[in-house]
Design a protein around this ligand. Structure first.
Ligand code: HAM
Length: 431
């Protein structure tokens, strides 16, 4: 018989890790509630064309794409944004804007598996659609900061840029959109020399090249750098507007009292092609991959046939946040309940053990029952091995008195208590 393994790039999450993944998801859900984002659930499988439209080569070439049995070209979603944009362009098109929409789930990209890069991974995704104002961009940054803070991450930093800066400079000389996008893709991979060569070969002026060269080197850790950016692009109207927009957004974030570490990089680009405004990522020093990424994309919804709808959003990589927390050896505040097992002393008392367990669950106390027919000593040994907190031993003598034995497995002591007081005996101790 073949021994089955997971498909390359796919992982199982055992209980310890599953708990952390759900803990992060839970925090994201709470952030969604706190900021007024409503959850939507969209399909894992979407039309290939929808997902490919503005994905950028990096993502497009790594999609799990195939024909279904009805000969439709479909793909597993590599991200949420096209699905949300599809909904806003169709079903939700006549609903009042803005929309605040939240999704969480698994995504698929045929990336080369390595630490922090998987073929199936998880995101919590926030989209704010229907506002072009800088306060909308600021909100996405603030909620991301709330998430990173509440999961317990340390030393994380935002990286900011604006698509309009580089595009503004390249666009003024009429550089073909495709060349611009290809150059940005290279810049996303930090291949700046190749990107600049591509632009040069497309035939732009020396002045444009000089400006681009200076831009890709310009970075700083505070808003002061934006003044330098403005000076550098002062002859490029669109680029200047973009720089001012970036400044306004970051000033609003500051005004909110939200304190973040940041770098601002004039030459920052992202692989996805739909961005039109500010772009951002979150990083930690322990990892060379981003924990989250997003930005403004004002034209995707109309590209999908909807009303022109400006939008901004972000996706947080749940797997990578977990990895960062592990690398930082973070102590997570995951609420742990006492673990309890109910053990009948003999076969005849199985029914009583089930009855008591059920009563405890109805009183909101999680319990397990011994289901392997083991003798008390064996069952206790196993409970100790599993570091459980309490055993409730159901014996004939005590039952006659409406009682059971409660054994505190940590402190290795036991006492007889009335069945009606089990919950307070166990919970009372833990509170
Ligand atoms: P993205 O930068 O492609 O953006 O992905 C966002 C985050 O998903 C990354 O920062 C990373 O944490 C996680 N991620 C991506 N690929 C992998 C992988 N192979 N393994 C593990 N984690 C991964 C988007 O997906 C955009 N849709 C974000 C957005 C929303 N823009 C606007 N709205």
């Amino acid at each position: 018989m073949t021994e089955f393994k997971t498909v390359r790039g796919m992982r199982d999450f055992l209980p310890e890790e599953a708990k952390i993944m759900r803990y992060i998801e839970g925090k994201a859900r709470r952030v969604a509630e706190l900021y007024g984002y409503n959850e939507i659930i969209t399909p894992v499988l979407e039309p290939y064309e929808l997902l490919a439209a503005k994905a950028g080569e990096e993502v497009r070439l790594r999609m799990y794409a195939f024909k279904d049995l009805g000969e439709r070209m479909v793909a597993l979603r590599p991200e949420f944004t096209p699905s949300v944009a599809r909904l806003v362009a169709t079903t939700l098109r006549n609903e009042p804007k803005p929309f605040r929409l939240f999704c969480v789930g698994s995504l698929y990209r045929y990336d080369e598996p390595q630490q922090g890069r998987y073929r199936e991974f998880w995101q919590s995704n926030f989209e704010l659609m229907g506002s072009s104002k800088p306060e909308a961009d600021a909100e996405i940054i603030m909620l991301t900061n709330s998430l990173m803070e509440t999961v317990g991450l340390r030393n994380y930093a935002f990286k900011f840029g604006h698509i309009g800066v580089l595009r503004g400079v390249m666009g003024k000389e009429g550089l073909d959109e495709k060349v611009q996008s290809d150059a940005m893709q290279l810049m996303d991979k930090k291949q700046y020399d190749e990107a600049l060569r591509l632009v040069k070969e497309a035939g732009v002026s020396n002045k444009c090249m000089a400006t681009l060269r200076k831009l890709v080197e310009l970075k700083g850790d505070n808003l002061g750098i934006i003044e330098e950016m403005k000076l550098l692009v002062k002859d490029y109207e669109e680029a200047l507007k973009a720089t001012e927009n970036l400044q306004e957004i970051l000033k609003l974030v500051q005004a909110s009292g939200c304190k973040i570490n940041m770098t601002i990089e004039a030459g920052f680009a992202r692989g996805l092609e739909y961005y039109t405004g500010i772009i951002f990522e979150v990083n930690v020093p322990e990892m060379d991959k981003a924990l989250a990424g997003g930005g403004r994309y004002d034209r995707l919804i109309e590209l999908f046939g909807g009303e022109p709808t400006p939008a901004v959003g972000i996706a947080h990589g749940i797997d990578r946040i977990m990895l960062a927390l592990q690398l930082q050896k973070a102590r997570l505040k995951i609420k742990e309940e006492k673990t309890v097992i109910v053990i009948p002393v003999n076969e005849e008392l199985k029914g009583e053990a089930l009855k008591i367990s059920q009563m405890l669950r109805e009183a909101n106390m999680p319990v397990e029952v011994e289901v392997s027919g083991r003798k008390v000593a064996k069952a206790l040994e196993d409970a100790n091995r599993r570091k459980m907190d309490y055993a409730i031993i159901v014996g004939e003598k005590e039952l006659k008195e409406d009682s059971v034995v409660i054994r505190n497995l940590r402190e290795r002591e036991q006492k007889v208590v009335k069945i009606g007081t089990i919950v307070e005996t166990i919970k009372g101790k833990s509170d």
